[in-house]
Design a protein around this ligand. Structure first.
Ligand SMILES: [Zn+2]
Length: 286
């Protein structure tokens, strides 16, 4: 028997509406069920705790993870995971008063905002045309700048109720409900989804520490894993989390992971057919 390591998959949102309405982070609920049906019948599905288990190379072995902590994970994905009896890990940000990540606010604003520009740090940006400049500005910014963007981006959109599944995050009660299930695990993913590569050192250190401490306060298990927002990581951050918080598994979002407990992951691409996606899964990368 040839041995291999399991493929760690990354999902974000699972939605009932148009999955590609705002970005590439959502897949339709019906498509997600197709995936689970395939995993249940033709693959070996492991939990993240079993990542070091040697697996038979002749059969695809996978681990299911979700990033960002969307409420639709609980309402749409969890019932299907329970139906098929499959384990999963949820990499989540801390609940906060905005209940939305700035990147989702920006994606929604580009499509829905009634005006074509927003003002950030004294400059006016054209929403659609300069989206990447806005991203570059905020990813280097502070919590206050994230909050300013969120409020500016959303305050003139009159009714967001139809859009809830594209942005709403899980509350503390929701996270506790996930943690209750012994097949599910919570993993810190940064308190406010800041980048270890672009944020100031003091900001990511506080943000990541708050994230680990928070998840530890509600999780049934000792937290020993961290999922990096945007997959941004460097050896200073790994050393910090290892020494300060005993983090042993460092989850990425590409296939470049190596030793040092850096775990590569395979992000689900919603733009390609499931047949093609399966071929990439067997290959282990795109
Ligand atoms: Zn993320």
């Amino acid at each position: 028997m040839k041995l291999s390591t399991p493929l760690v998959l990354v999902y974000h949102g699972v939605c009932k509406g148009d999955a590609l309405a705002f970005n590439s982070r959502f897949i339709p609920e019906s498509e997600f069920e197709k995936h689970l049906n395939f995993f249940k019948n033709e693959c070996k599905v492991l939990s993240l705790d079993e990542i070091s288990t040697p697996v038979n190379k002749d059969k695809l072995s996978i681990i299911i993870t979700f990033d960002d902590g969307y409420l639709n994970n609980l309402t749409n994905a969890v019932p299907l995971l329970e139906k098929y009896g499959l384990p999963a890990s949820f990499c989540v940000c801390n609940p906060n008063e905005n209940q939305i990540l700035w990147s989702d606010a920006l994606d929604i604003a580009v499509k829905m905002y009634p005006e074509d520009s927003v003002e950030l740090k004294g400059k006016r940006f054209i929403l659609g045309r300069e989206k990447s400049f806005i991203r570059d500005t905020i990813i280097r910014g502070t919590y206050k700048e994230m909050d300013d963007l969120i409020h500016q981006a959303l305050d003139k959109i009159k009714d967001m109720s139809d859009l809830n599944e594209y942005w709403q995050l899980m509350s503390e009660e929701d996270l506790k409900a996930i943690d209750e299930n012994k097949h599910f695990k919570l993993i810190p993913h940064g308190s406010r989804h800041v980048s270890a590569s672009y944020a100031q050192d003091q900001l990511w250190q506080k943000d990541f520490s708050d994230s680990v401490t928070y998840i530890q306060s509600i999780s049934k298990e000792k937290v020993s894993c961290f999922a990096y927002p945007y997959g941004h990581v460097n050896m200073d951050v790994v050393k910090y989390l290892r020494e300060r918080h005993g983090i042993r598994q460092h989850l990425l979002v590409d296939s470049m992971g190596t030793g040092n407990d850096l775990v590569p992951r395979f992000v689900i691409n919603p733009h390609i057919s499931f047949d093609l996606l399966k071929r990439f899964m067997y290959w282990g990368k795109y």
